[in-house]
Design a protein around this ligand. Structure first.
Ligand SMILES: [Fe+2]
Length: 271
């Protein structure tokens, strides 16, 4: 069994909540995950002082694999010169030199793709053909039987609540491409609420499709929660086995000063 702690949208800077962050670190130490996935928006405005805080937060986490990916807030929105010339400079200096990454663990291969696009789609993001090739090559090289997990900041599907939002451009094509690569799980953020969608892509004439589970975390440590997560903080703890994927969604409860499980859903990992 592989235990993943998945949080997102930390927004170090003005919206950031330091106490919730301390309680997040406490939870990490309590539940002992095998890997931590942080799906982007480490900062609010991609400033050096925000990145310094984000770095010291990362350094305070246990010494286990930590998979990161940039969000649209991790590149400068208003400092146009910096956005055009070297948009990922601060991210690369403080969070991760690499923007697209592969992490192999016992039983699972993770590919994280940078969906933040400083030039064409500053808010909604973009995945380019080179990145798709990068993911395809990485998953092709993963050991047989590995669970293939994709991480990126932006959403490929609509959240099931009433709050509408944009999805990544060419989302249908991207979903089909990831399905072709054998991806079974996608971990994302951006929309500031937690949800899980189980869908089938590439349905053939016998109505057989490849099942994919898409899991979003809300904002884990900022006051930017949206719709029913307004001013709330969430994260997911996933337990993956060869038979099923269990998704536990935790909400921060201010009175208890802790992240507590609110919902558990079990999905089949293979059809
Ligand atoms: Fe965000």
């Amino acid at each position: 069994m592989l235990k993943i702690l998945h949080g997102s949208d930390f927004h170090f800077g003005r919206p950031h909540l330091p106490q919730v962050t301390l309680d997040f670190i406490r939870l990490v130490n309590n539940i002992n995950p095998n890997v931590i996935v942080l799906s982007g928006d480490f900062t609010q405005r991609a400033k050096i002082e925000e990145y310094r805080l984000a770095r010291s937060f990362l350094d305070s986490l246990p010494n286990i694999p930590i998979i990161v990916t940039p969000g649209n807030h991790d590149i400068p929105l208003y400092r146009l010169g910096q956005r055009l010339i070297n948009p990922f400079r601060n991210y690369q200096e403080f969070i991760s030199q690499e923007l697209d990454t592969v992490t192999r663990m016992d039983g699972a291969s993770f590919v994280a793709l940078n969906s933040a696009d400083p030039y064409r789609s500053i808010i909604n993001g973009r995945i380019n053909p080179k990145q798709l090739q990068f993911a395809a090559n990485a998953f092709k090289g993963s050991p047989p039987g590995d669970i293939k997990v994709l991480v990126m900041h932006h959403p490929l599907v609509q959240s099931p609540d009433e709050g509408k939002h944009d999805v990544l451009p060419e989302s249908t094509f991207l979903l089909e491409s990831f399905s072709d690569m054998g991806v079974e799980l996608i971990l994302s953020g951006h929309v500031h609420r937690a949800f899980a969608s189980y869908l089938e892509a590439n349905i053939d004439e016998q109505r057989i499709g490849e099942a994919m589970l898409i899991v979003h975390s809300g904002t884990t440590t900022s006051n930017r929660g949206r719709v029913h997560e307004k001013r709330r903080n969430t994260l997911n703890v996933l337990e993956l086995s060869s038979m099923d994927f269990k998704v536990n969604t935790y909400w921060y409860e201010e009175r208890e000063g802790a992240f507590l499980t609110r919902e558990t859903n079990i999905f089949r990992s293979r059809i």
